[in-house]
Design a protein around this ligand. Sequence first.
Ligand SMILES: NC(=O)c1ccc[n+]([C@@H]2O[C@H](COP(=O)([O-])OP(=O)(O)OC[C@H]3O[C@@H](n4cnc5c(N)ncnc54)[C@H](O)[C@@H]3O)[C@@H](O)[C@H]2O)c1
Length: 249
Amino acid sequence: MMQTHAGRTAVITGAAQGIGRAYARELAQRGARIVVADLAPADETLALIAAAGAEGIAVRADLSEPESAREVLAAADGLGGADILVLNAAIQPFVAFERMTFDDWRRVMAVNVDPLFHLCKALLPGMRARGWGRIVAMSSNTYQLGVPGVAHYVASKGAVQGFVRSLSGEIGRDGVTINAIAPGLTRTPGTSTGPQDELGLFQQAIEGQAIKRTQQPEDLVGALAFLTSDDSAFVTGQTVLVDGGWAHV
Ligand SMILES: NC(=O)c1ccc[n+]([C@@H]2O[C@H](COP(=O)([O-])OP(=O)(O)OC[C@H]3O[C@@H](n4cnc5c(N)ncnc54)[C@H](O)[C@@H]3O)[C@@H](O)[C@H]2O)c1
């Protein structure tokens, strides 16, 4: 594979499994050093990074805690400083609004939205000083579709799209871009252990999509590679829907 990311250091949150793991593998194959930041052990991801011939390190932390950003910054600095930040960690619980508690709501916002604040605060100064940076945050096409039963999650993914739109205007002059990727329903450990199969959502997705098969994490790596490379220097503040042609902006 072309070493499009050689010499770069990428922080990828939630990369112990699922989409984040596929991202870590892809950027490692493209020559980047990887910091995996996750609540869960990331041994399997680190093995994939090593198999790609790249350097990797794991930070085990709850990223909803503000202090975790300092640990991530220290790990990235140990690998030369973060050039790329992929905000991918999230929780995706289904609960009808009638039964949703304020604790449910707060937890989703703390995990899915707060790390955008803490990690951008921690890692942006280094990117600005180096005059180059790429930030990609994971949204979801559920924001475009307005899927019921996950109001807190959909609100958090709308927050991601708003955040990248606004922050792009403050950091573009420093050579730093920020964009969102919005996948459709993707087969991952997260969606395989939730109620998605029981609710028939994978079948509904195939019916709604232009491309008639279940989305896999590997379907997202091309967009991530582009948005974290030199090639996307003039693309910022955008949400890229990678969902097999299901939702529309
Ligand atoms: N899979 C889908 O259908 C789908 C669709 C649209 C958007 N997305 C988004 O893509 C991203 C990845 O989704 P996935 O399905 O691969 O997720 P997943 O549930 O399979 O994996 C999420 C990872 O995040 C980690 N994580 C969760 N809470 C954390 C915390 N507080 N601190 C640190 N790490 C934490 C988990 O340990 C896990 O490794 C998420 O942002 C998700 O919302 C997924």
